[in-house]
Design a protein around this ligand. Structure first.
Ligand code: PLP
Length: 387
């Protein structure tokens, strides 16, 4: 009876319906399905962070409307974090904005900077929010292919000049969901150069920058000289501290970009719960042993999955960071067909690459955010598969 607005009808079809249907059917048949589809950590938030929330929730001062740009205390903690991580000096008053999770900031950014019909550069394959948030404001997502032969970094020379000139925003995501690719500081310097040349805003989504393996340290975009002039980094406590349910993140970098995002936020939300921001400070400033432990857990799981997929004869791309393993499907299958086969014949759910854009066709993604024992079992079952 009620028609959705054009902006909703313009969204691409939901690509996981087939996976969901097959999963539901397998569960109904009594199969003990192991879901390696979603990326949501199973380990709890560090206990000192939970304790800080409880304490802060008792204080009536935190029961009132928070500031839409975030409490200065939290923004100062973010500035300290950048100083420790990247030796980058930020003014917490103007160069940091609290977000209700990274997704909130990513989705609101096009509202501030993109007019109908203007292109937005999005990674392909990539997190669907960049593309869909662009569509919702009437912008045109322009997929920038992440090339297998280049370690899934984009080829900037392949971006047409006339598109780059008209584009306002450029979404980047390293470490990458879904490919696990990581960026170098050299690459970020190229990004700054490109953004400057074409006058576009670079937005680096660093949600996985602290989930790294083998001692690898992922650079911050803001370390690249000139980054503060052309863009922002968006970050989140979700993956680093197992806080997906808490909804806390930040945007840091260029003041004008943050001002634009802030203008949208004043009209849409009223900021993150202050008690959650105090807990966030405890996470950022407190002991980082839980983060180290979590890295060790993921690294063990990564090795189990990489080895298992290799034993199956598949071409797998061992990640240096992130919570996922990206893998080629065997010859003769589409990504959806192979994922369907894994569900039906092994009771294991993974994500078909096509769900992340056309550039994801021919690949599937395995999430490491399940208990290690379950992951081991999933790999054992997959190894028995004939294809
Ligand atoms: C999980 C994830 C986020 C984090 O989003 P929150 O809203 O902070 O939970 C951001 N970007 C990507 C690519 C992700 O996979």
């Amino acid at each position: 009876m009620f028609q959705f607005a054009d902006r909703i009808r313009a969204l691409p079809p939901y690509l996981f319906a087939d996976v969901d249907r097959r999963k539901t059917k397998a569960v109904a048949r009594g199969v003990d399905v192991i879901d390696l589809g979603v990326g949501d950590p199973v380990e709890p938030t560090p206990s000192h962070v939970v304790r800080r929330l409880c304490e802060a929730a008792q204080d009536p001062a935190n029961h009132r409307y928070p500031s839409y740009i975030g409490s200065l205390d939290f923004r100062e903690a973010v500035a300290r974090w950048y100083k420790r991580k990247a030796k980058v000096e930020l003014n917490p008053k103007t160069q940091v904005l609290t977000l209700i999770g990274a997704k909130e900031g990513l989705a609101h950014l096009p509202w501030a900077f993109v007019n109908p019909g203007e292109p937005v550069l999005v990674p392909d394959p990539g997190y669907p929010v960049y593309r869909n948030a662009t569509i919702m404001v009437g912008g045109i997502p322009f997929p920038v292919p992440l090339v297998e032969g280049r370690g899934f970094l984009p080829d900037l020379s392949a971006i047409p000049k006339h598109v780059a000139r008209r584009a306002k925003l450029w979404f980047l995501n390293f470490p990458s969901n879904p490919t696990g690719a990581v960026a170098t500081l050299d690459f970020f310097e190229e990004v700054v150069e490109f953004a400057r040349t074409y006058g576009l805003i670079a937005v680096q989504d660093a949600a996985y920058s602290e989930i790294t393996y083998d001692g690898f340290v992922h650079p911050s975009f803001l370390e690249a000289p000139g980054a503060l002039e052309v863009g922002i980094e968006i970050h989140s406590l979700s993956k680093t501290y197992n806080m997906t349910g808490w909804r806390l993140g930040w945007a840091a970098g260029n003041e004008e970009v943050l001002e634009g995002l802030g203008k949208v936020k004043t009209n849409v939300d009223s900021g993150a719960f202050q008690a959650v921001q105090f807990a966030g400070i405890a996470a950022l400033d407190g002991p980082q042993e839980p983060v180290k432990r979590q890295r060790t857990i993921y690294q063990e799981r990564r090795d189990i999955v990489v080895e298992g997929l290799r034993d199956m004869g598949l071409k797998v791309f061992p990640p240096k960071a992130g919570c996922y393993v990206w893998c080629r499907v065997p010859e003769g299958y589409t990504s959806e067909e192979f994922v369907g086969k894994l569900i039906e014949e092994a009771g294991v759910v993974t994500t078909p690459g096509l769900g992340f854009g056309e550039g994801g066709e021919g690949y599937f993604r395995v999430s490491l955010t399940v208990p290690t024992g379950r992951l081991r079992e999933a790999v054992e079952r997959m190894k028995d598969l004939k294809f």
